[in-house]
Ligand binder design. Structure first.
Ligand code: GDP
Ligand code: CA
Length: 319
């Protein structure tokens, strides 16, 4: 048990691994997660919130562990039927997963806040670490490519991240209102951990919610980011390609360029030890440790080490 108030900013797969690490640690009961809603989109008339569902299914141990997303023991009868009816079915939505989307869509129609829908789904999956949303409003990441703008899922799933990324926009973010829960949680945090998530489309979208980044800057929390890159490459997904095409370097320097003055510290992999002096020159505390999370123990160890390091550095700074 620990009395440190911890907030994790998390996207999908990398975010969920970090969330599971904290949930398995001594910090579980004092941790809150702020998830990403900007990958949300409508399919077959249903509202799908992929990153939030990845968090819910992972923490509820319902996730397909091989893929890192979707439900385990899933079947695709509905999707196959939709395909036979001539519908586009590139977004892989299984039968169990569809129940989540039907439920979310129905409650949205009744006017229930997205945050409350998430709470109800968390209850169903036995998830005890609270998942907060940055906003209840609709924010949708759009990706600019050589052949025009794509929705995030068109880029990510349909086009399999192949098009060159010329820019990213968070549609709706300028008029979105941050949830009071997220702002309150940030204000009272001792440590804010930024998961090894895509810094542009996962964490960038959370930080694009008006007031959220300012709340982090204003809080006295110690902010530590775990790099999603190992030896210049992502473990999964397009973060490296996105950083490159946006003129940022594909190493912890590039991650630092995304977060800049928000950070007190970074966690980088043993393989990237040579990046330590540059990060320290920027005034950051740096933890060098294995960051590849495969097992539950890997996740728990990395997140425990991350928070323990933050706590120790925070105390030293205060002394
Ligand atoms: P998405 O929303 O499903 O794309 O997932 P996130 O944005 O949360 O995370 C994507 C990032 O997680 C990618 O850039 C991966 O490199 C990173 N990632 C996934 N697993 C690991 C891991 O075990 N260790 C580290 N350091 N990064 C990881
Ligand atoms: Ca995502």
């Amino acid at each position: 048990m620990s009395d440190l108030t911890i907030t994790l900013l998390a996207g999908g797969v990398g975010g969920a691994k970090a969330a599971e690490g904290l949930a398995a640690s001594v910090y579980a009961s004092t941790t809150h997660i702020i998830g990403n809603v900007a990958d949300d989109d409508a399919f077959h008339g249903l509202w799908v919130s992929p990153d939030i569902d990845t968090l819910l299914y992972s923490l509820g141990d319902q996730i397909d562990r091989e893929r890192g997303w979707g439900r385990k023991s899933e079947s695709y009868q509905v999707l196959n039927e939709l395909s036979a009816l001539g519908q586009e079915t590139w977004m892989t939505l299984g039968d169990l997963d569809l129940a989540t989307h039907i439920y979310r869509t129905e409650l949205r129609k009744q006017g229930v806040r997205a945050s409350h829908i998430t709470q109800r789904l968390a209850k169903r999956h036995g998830v005890t670490v609270p998942i907060l949303l940055p906003t209840d409003d609709v924010v949708q990441t759009q990706v600019k490519t050589e052949s025009g703008w794509l929705s995030f899922q068109e880029y990510f799933v349909r086009e399999q991240c192949k098009p060159k990324v010329l820019g990213v926009e968070y549609k709706g973010a300028n008029i979105a209102r941050a949830t009071s829960e997220a702002l309150f949680q940030i204000a009272k945090s001792d440590v804010i951990v930024i998961a090894p998530s895509n810094p542009i489309v996962s964490i960038g979208a959370i930080l694009a919610t008006p007031g959220l980044q300012e709340a982090i800057e204003k809080s006295t929390a110690y902010v530590i980011a775990i790099s999603p890159l190992i030896a210049g490459k992502t473990v999964k997904g397009p973060a490296d390609k996105m950083l490159e095409s946006m003129g940022k370097s594909t190493d912890s320097k590039g991650i630092y360029q995304c977060y800049g003055s928000l950070l007190n510290a970074m966690v980088i992999d043993d393989a990237d030890r040579d990046e330590l002096p540059w990060l320290q020159d920027q005034g950051l505390d740096v933890l060098v440790t294995p960051t590849l999370m495969k097992t539950r123990d890997d996740k728990c160890a990395l997140l425990t080490n991350t928070v323990a390091f933050a706590e120790q550095q925070r105390k030293q700074r205060a002394a």
